[in-house]
Design a protein around this ligand. Structure first.
Ligand code: FE2
Length: 201
């Protein structure tokens, strides 16, 4: 697996190719994933950190919607990182249904079919679920309560008919880690309350 140093280098190169808040969001996901994984027996917090840094690496290819998960998968496979490639694909799909993506469906039919087969053919492990969780609670400046971030996404992308089902699936990822950690995961992360006030601009 990529070292932390190499993952940081990949992220900063990618952010030069396509600058945006996604870089700080990725660092935030990595920090939160590490803090949570440290509390779970048998999880490798360094691996969780690298996966967090790299989960949106497909954004190196430009401003895209669902395409970023395929660009990330292809790039990680091309450098021999199948475990991270898998995270690039699974992080947006707590529900194994390729239609349930908030945002632009800017990929090919073949890519959608590949994703459908991939999701159906693989059981999520705790790393998949951890990055799904952290993606849903990580603002660029740190962790917030999930409900705030789900609302932020809804304000940007509207409320497609799968919204409630997907919200419930994200909430289940938190319940899963609350149990694994033996506490409320928000207690493990700094400034959750401060980061969670809604600011409409
Ligand atoms: Fe993403």
């Amino acid at each position: 697996m990529l070292t932390i140093e190499n993952a940081k280098r990949e992220l900063s190169l990618a952010a030069q190719m396509n600058p945006g808040p996604w870089e700080q969001h990725s660092i935030s996901v990595a920090n939160n994933a590490r803090l949570i994984a440290q509390r779970v027996p048998n999880m490798d917090s360094g691996k969780a950190y690298v996966m967090g840094l790299m989960h949106d690496i497909g954004r190196r290819a430009g401003v895209t919607g669902i395409r970023h998960i395929f660009d990330g998968y292809d790039y990680m496979m091309s450098i021999g990182e199948p475990e991270i490639a898998r995270i690039c694909l699974t992080h947006s799909f707590p529900i194994k249904d390729v239609r349930t993506f908030f945002g632009k469906q800017d990929c090919t039919q073949e890519q959608l079919e590949f994703l459908r087969d991939f999701l159906n053919g693989n059981e999520f492990d705790d790393y998949d679920i951890l990055i799904q969780l952290c993606d849903a609670i990580s603002l660029p400046n740190g962790a917030c309560i999930m409900e705030k971030r789900l609302i932020d996404v809804a304000l940007r992308h509207g409320l497609p008919d799968f919204t409630i089902e997907k919200w419930k699936a994200f909430m289940k990822t938190k319940t899963h880690f609350d149990h694994l950690c033996g506490c409320n995961v928000y207690d493990l992360l700094p400034n959750v309350l401060e980061n969670s006030s809604v600011n409409l601009v």
